[in-house]
Every structure is written in C-alpha cells, then in structure tokens.
Design a protein around this ligand. Structure first.
Ligand SMILES: NC(=O)N[C@@H](CC(=O)O)C(=O)O
Ligand SMILES: [Zn+2]
Ligand SMILES: [Zn+2]
Length: 422
C-alpha cells in the first residue's frame, strides 16, 4: 500500500509505502507495489497511542466491550490503547490478567493490559516476563475502589523500579477532600469536594517517593496547572485528558452529573493553564481516560452517579480542530498523542512515520471539521461530554498495515498485545 503525496505533521509532503505490517519507505516518487491511496492535501499521522482507557471487560460489558471500545478507538484515530485494571475481577495477578487477555483478543487496535496495585496484587506474576504489565496505582478511590495506602505505594514503586516497569499514578489525596460540601446537590459540588489541593499534594507525594527511591512515575489525568508544574519540576512525566483541556466548571450547568469524573473539572482559568502547558511542553501526553458509563447510570444524583466520561474517539479530532485553528501545531499534536507516548512507555516500533516502524497510521482531511454527536460515535455508552463541539475525524486508520477503519466501516482485525514478550 502506498500513500501518495501525504502531508506529514512537520509539513513535508511525502509518499509513504507500507509493506506487510511496517513502513517500508518514506520518500518522493516511490513506486506503488499494489494499492495506492491519493493522499494529496491530506495529513498522515502516526496513530494515537492512548495510555489510559477503561474498556470495562471483564465485568462491565454493559458499559463497553473490547469490540465497541476498540471500534471507537479506530474511528477516532487511536491505534494502541492501555487498558486500566479496575475491571471485575480487577487485573492484579496472572489469572485476572489472562482472563482479560482472552477478551482483549477481540480488539481491533493494539493494546496493553495494565496491572493494578492492591493489597492482593501479585507483583511477581504481573511485573515479570512474560506479562510485564505496566503498573497502575490509585492513591484515592475512584471507580472500582482501588485506592491504596502509602506503604503499599512505596513497595510498588520499588518493585516496578527493579523490574524496569513504568508506573502510572492516579494522584488525589482523599484526606484533603472537602467534606463540608456534602449537603450540596448541584453538579459543581463534585469539583468543590475533590479539591485542586488534593491533587497537588498527591502529585507532590508521588513524585517525592519516586525521587527518594531513585525511580520515576507517570502522573495520570492531571487537572491542575500547579500539579503539572510539580511533576515537571520533579522530572516526572504527566498526561492530561481532553475533558481537562476543553471543559471546565463553567460547563457543569449544561453537563450536570454527566460532567462528573475524577479528578473533577476545574475553573476556566485552570483549564486555560492546562492548554497552555500542553502547547508549551510541560504536559507530555494526552491520554483520554475513556471511562464510559451508561446514560441510565450517569442520570443520578451528583453523589450517586459514577465518575468518568468517554473520550477515546474524540481526543484526536478535538486536537486536530485546534491545530486547524492554529492554537497548537500539528507537530505538537503528533508528539503528545503518539511520539512521546511511545518514548515514555518504551514502545520502540510505534509513534513515528519512519522506515521500519509499525504501519499504525491515520489519514485525515485537516479541513474536514464537523459537529461531534454522541449518537454517531461507536462507544457503547452513546453519549459524549463534547456534544456539539467541532472535531476533525479521520478518514482511514491502519493498524500494522491493515485498514481497520475507512469511511465509516470497520474491518476484522485483531490487535496485538504490545507488552507480551515471546
Ligand atoms: N476517571 C474516572 O472518573 N473514572 C475512571 C477511573 C479513574 O481513572 O480514576 C473509571 O473507571 O470510571
Ligand atoms: Zn483515575
Ligand atoms: Zn481512568
């Protein structure tokens, strides 16, 4: 397959030839061996590597399945996902890992299965070969109630350090949540309750432990500019989720309980500060925290509704819309969605359009801006917090050289577990 005259993120116009699962050549006037795709005027990007999704199986197939979640990913230009351990059973040992792996075999896109740290986790099984699961720590309870104490956190950091495995931390300190707002019933109460301070102090704590133990951590879903600065100053990496880039407490009147997630939406000032840090470089990657719950589940009181919003299909489109408007460069979008993610998590064959890399690619018309509609997305949950926003959606997505999504249709193709060693 040959993409002819594609524009790359850095503005170069190139032919890109795929042979089998890999990029065989990037050049000009390349010969097509078989099928050739006219990419004139179109942008070709490395597929997004989304380091934070909840595809919900096993245990919560009514919210999402590996099939629906991975279709949503492919349609949104995401070619690799890292699945989170808060399933039922939680992914904490070889048995639960293998059970999830059987279901994940249905995935259209590449995936990693992250292992969770709990009192009952089995680090020897999870961290060692052949699994080498990426470690996931919840410092405060979120969906799945996997919050842990600090001794266990330190132990996990040491073990992961010795195994050379990156650890991702959901950093909120539950002792700093504001119990005094418990009698409020408006949607903004959640933002008042899970305070910005609770995130900042937890990030500080996590980075401090990692520094003291000579290790590193990656901070999940940062929502405060202050938290990002703490992580960056400590030399750690962090991610931002699209809802903390594009939504703020000002949107909660409209979103209601559908806008509840952990960490919660912050002030408009903080949102602007997050976007600036994404553009300027202190935020390393965008990860969606795709956390679908059904319409029925979300339609509850602010204290009863589950935390989490879907996002795997809309992240790249929302960012490409910003690039179209000139608020962020295409190169920066490529780096925060693909290249940096591959570098941080050691996916050596992914995240770049260069000879020898996996042919995980996204072709998009950069001017094709449309309204985002929840009912047109492919997640099982059928809603989006970005309803009515503009997005630039991919035309075609390939995973290891196979077209998995094109013009609204999906092919059968099983993604591969990118973390299993032979
Ligand atoms: N972010 C959320 O609000 N919810 C996530 C859990 C998590 O990542 O904390 C979920 O699984 O629903
Ligand atoms: Zn979390
Ligand atoms: Zn999450």
């Amino acid at each position: 397959m040959l993409f002819r005259d594609a524009t790359l993120a850095d503005g170069r116009v190139r032919d890109v030839r795929i042979e089998g699962e890999s990029i065989a050549a990037v050049g000009t006037d390349l010969d097509a061996t078989d099928e050739s795709i006219d990419a004139d005027g179109k942008l070709l990007l490395p597929g997004m590597i989304d380091a934070h999704v909840h595809f919900r199986e096993p245990g919560f197939s009514h919210k999402e399945t590996w099939t629906t979640g991975s279709k949503s990913a492919a349609a949104g230009g995401v070619t690799t996902v890292f699945d989170q351990p808060n399933t039922d059973p939680p992914t904490i040992d070889a048995e639960s890992y293998n059970r999830k792996a059987e279901l994940a075999a249905a995935s259209l896109v590449e995936y990693a299965i992250n292992g969770g740290v709990t009192d009952e986790w089995n680090p020897d099984e999870l961290l060692a070969k052949p699994l080498g699961a990426l470690g996931e720590v919840f410092l405060a309870d979120s969906t799945g109630e996997m919050g842990i104490e600090t001794d266990l956190f330190e132990d996990a950091i040491k073990r992961a350090r010795d195994a050379g495995i990156p650890v991702t931390v959901h950093a909120e300190d539950a002792t700093l949540f504001d119990e005094s707002v418990r009698d409020r019933t408006d949607a903004d109460a959640w933002s008042a309750y899970r305070t910005a301070e609770a995130e900042m102090r937890a990030i500080e704590h996590a980075c401090g432990v990692a520094e003291r133990l000579g290790s590193t951590v990656h901070i999940a879903h940062t929502s405060t500019p202050e938290g990002v600065d703490i992580a960056a100053d400590a030399g750690m990496t962090c991610e931002v989720s699209p809802h903390h880039l594009f939504l703020s407490r000002d949107d909660l009147d409209e979103l209601g309980t559908f806008g509840r997630m952990n960490p919660p939406l912050r002030s408009e000032d903080r949102r602007v500060g997050m976007f600036r840090r994404l553009v300027e470089g202190d935020i390393d990657i965008v990860a969606t925290d795709h956390a679908p719950h059904t319409l029925e589940e979300k339609d509850a009181s602010i204290w009863d509704t589950p935390s989490g919003v879907p996002g795997v299909e809309t992240a790249l489109p929302l960012l490409l819309e910003q690039a179209r408007r000139g608020t962020i460069s295409y190169e920066r979008v490529r780096n925060v969605t693909a290249t940096n993610v591959a570098d941080i998590f050691g996916l050596e064959s992914k995240g770049r359009i260069e000879e020898g890399f996996d042919a995980d690619l996204v072709l998009v018309d950069p001017d094709a801006s449309t309204d985002i509609r929840g009912t047109q997305l492919h997640s099982k949950c059928d809603w989006t917090p970005f309803e009515g926003r503009r997005g630039v959606f991919p035309e075609l997505t390939t995973v290891r050289g196979m077209v998995v999504f094109c013009g609204g249709s999906f092919a059968d193709h099983s993604g591969r577990n990118v973390r299993v060693w032979g």
